[in-house]
Design a protein around this ligand. Structure first.
Ligand SMILES: [Zn+2]
Length: 153
């Protein structure tokens, strides 16, 4: 595929956010983590697209939507390779890498069955102890969860 066509895949938005370099098997998880199913804006999903770096990848483009950093950083748990392209007037004006927020509210399940969050209807809350290796610490029961043991709700 020519360079020009490749850029077009990402840049065909007038205004909005293109979430690029999503691992193909995580595209639908990203959609749900961002609650895109509830959004009324036009959303375009491309999956299993050719990628030099990743083999195949997915892209999600959302018109007229600019996410809060905290909102988008949630996907660092499942797809740390993701790049956000902020598009204004058909131009990529900013490329952002994502990173884990300091606190993760509500999307991760605590692995301790005795934890209050597994027994009461309440939001889970984790502090991120290690950004790179991904180590989470439950605010309520103090259990530590490594990346490979993270269960999303
Ligand atoms: Zn807990």
């Amino acid at each position: 595929m020519s360079k020009k066509r490749k850029e077009l895949q990402v840049a065909a938005l007038c205004n909005g956010t293109a979430i690029d370099h999503i691992p193909s098997n995580q595209v639908f998880k990203v959609l749900s983590l961002l609650n895109l199913g509830d959004l009324k804006n036009p959303v375009t999903i491309g999956n299993n697209l050719e990628s030099k770096k990743m083999g195949t990848k997915g892209i999600i483009k959302i018109s007229d939507k600019f996410f809060e950093e905290e909102e988008i950083n949630r996907i660092a748990l499942i797809a740390p390779s993701v790049v956000l392209n902020i598009i204004k007037d058909y131009q990529v004006v900013e490329k952002k890498r994502i990173s884990l927020p300091q606190t993760i509210l509500g999307i991760v399940k605590c692995n301790n069955p005795k934890c209050i969050t597994n027994n009461e209807p309440m939001l889970t809350r984790f502090e991120v102890l290690d950004n790179n290796k991904v180590v989470l610490n439950c605010h309520y029961c103090d259990i530590k969860i490594q990346k490979e043991d993270v269960i999303l709700k």
